[in-house]
Write a protein that binds this ligand. Structure first.
Ligand code: PLP
Length: 411
């Protein structure tokens, strides 16, 4: 770690997150469930409040000023996300409800239209259910083959096996950039290159990546990229599908109805151009605007600075947790985002989470919507502590003390 860099201003940042001053069970609230959802800065809370108090009007349909302002703000949010992901153009940014809906959209439109019997879809052994089930359903419907890239014992994908699996039948590779259950950062850029070499199209699930690192979809050269607003310090109910123009134009619409049409008669409907073609009905316009504010906020902190600080937290937590007798970290890949999944010998993760709650510590206990990953590592569930840039080393110390208390309770 270089020492010439200015320290990350975490104390100042914490003041911008009102929930962090709350108590939980009469203890200081230690929020370590950031992979499930992130807390919201004042900038986002106030933007939503101001919008609902003073500006609320539906987009697209109004000729009056407030409606036009909402429309403009949503389009500005789209441009902010375009720049955030470095997409070529804002029309490649589609607003959806979240990562789950984005993947379902691609499966139901691109998947249904282009994949044919015996074509293969490659996913990995460390996917969230959101990047498994839509492909499995599609495979059942169309007689496709769903193949699984294996993971090594440390949580890294077996890239040699992956390269061997790629072939003329591979139509689509759908992989996560960061595993939500192990923290592994997959080398998606190289994986995309290999997939393209084999003629396959690639969807990247970025739900756990965008909160932690700079993403450049042109540099990655992915065909689709998805993420959720609520995990990136924005509101719930809004997410993003990025798709290359050529794919989005070739795909049929997902949902149909208002706002996605060019013209409607009882005989025939013609569809709007992208992105409107994929945005049927009233979108979560207030939340879209709030997501734009969240992106501004993240940029103001700097993704590189966030990444550096969170890595420090990860290293600190890994060192401290590794010293606890009976604790095993699941997922020890050399390249990890700031989350730690662990097992405590003889104690069920739900019991770990419940006792930690008594000490004000919020962690997640369960299968993390990644049951196949749990099965691979031979555990029914894990306890997961996931860190954001507003967490501190002092909070990690509280977690360590909390775990020691858990061990005492169940001794
Ligand atoms: N993909 C990954 C890697 C996730 O961690 C999650 C949520 O935890 C999702 C997809 C689904 O996100 P959402 O529930 O916001 O649609």
């Amino acid at each position: 770690m270089t020492t010439s860099l200015a320290p990350f201003p975490v104390e100042k940042i914490r003041k911008e997150f009102p929930i962090l001053t709350q108590k939980m069970n009469d203890q200081a609230f230690v929020y370590l469930d950031n992979a499930a959802t992130s807390q919201k800065p004042l900038a986002v809370i106030e933007r939503l409040s101001k919008f609902y108090r003073n500006e609320n009007a539906n987009i697209h349909r109004g000729v009056y000023t407030f409606s036009q302002n909402s429309t403009r703000e949503c389009e500005e949010a789209r441009e902010k996300i375009q720049h955030f992901l470095n997409a070529k153009e804002s029309a490649e940014i589609i607003f959806v409800r979240g990562a789950t809906e984005a993947i379902n959209l691609v499966a139901a439109t691109f998947g249904r239209k282009f994949l044919k019997k015996d074509d293969e879809i490659l996913i990995s052994e460390i996917e969230h259910h959101a990047n498994i089930v839509p492909w499995q359903q599609l495979a059942e419907e169309k007689g496709l083959k769903l193949r699984v890239i294996p993971v090594k014992d440390n949580g890294e994908l077996d890239l040699e096996a992956y390269e061997k699996m790629l072939g003329p039948r591979t139509y689509l590779v759908a992989i996560t950039q960061v595993s939500n259950s192990l923290g592994t950062i997959n080398p998606v850029r190289e994986m995309i290159k290999a997939a393209h070499h084999a003629g396959a199209v690639v969807l990247v699930d970025g739900a756990q990546a965008v909160p932690h690192m700079k993403v450049d979809v042109q540099d990655l050269d992915c065909d689709f990229y998805v993420f959720s607003g609520h995990k990136v310090y924005g509101p719930t109910g809004v997410g993003v599908l990025y798709g290359k123009r050529k794919h989005l134009e070739a795909m049929p619409p997902y949902q149909t109805g208002g706002d996605m049409i060019e013209s409607v008669t009882f005989e025939k409907t013609t569809f709007a151009k992208i992105p409107a073609k994929f945005e049927a009905g009233t979108p979560a316009f207030a939340e879209i605007i709030g997501l734009g504010t969240a992106i501004d906020y993240l940029k103001s902190l700097g993704l590189d600075e966030i990444n550096r600080y969170e890595h420090e937290l990860l290293e600190y937590a890994t060192e401290k947790l590794s010293k606890i007798p009976g604790l095993t970290i699941i997922g020890t890949a050399p390249d990890k985002a700031s989350l730690i999944s662990f097992e405590l010998e003889g104690i069920h993760p739900h019991d770990v989470g419940t006792v930690l709650d008594q000490y004000g510590i919020a962690v997640r206990a369960g299968h993390h919507c990644a049951q196949p990953t749990m099965k691979r590592f031979g555990v029914p569930a894990t306890t997961r502590a996931s860190f954001a840039f507003y967490n501190t080393k002092a909070e990690i110390d509280v977690l360590v003390k909390g775990i020691e208390k858990v061990i005492q309770v169940f001794k």
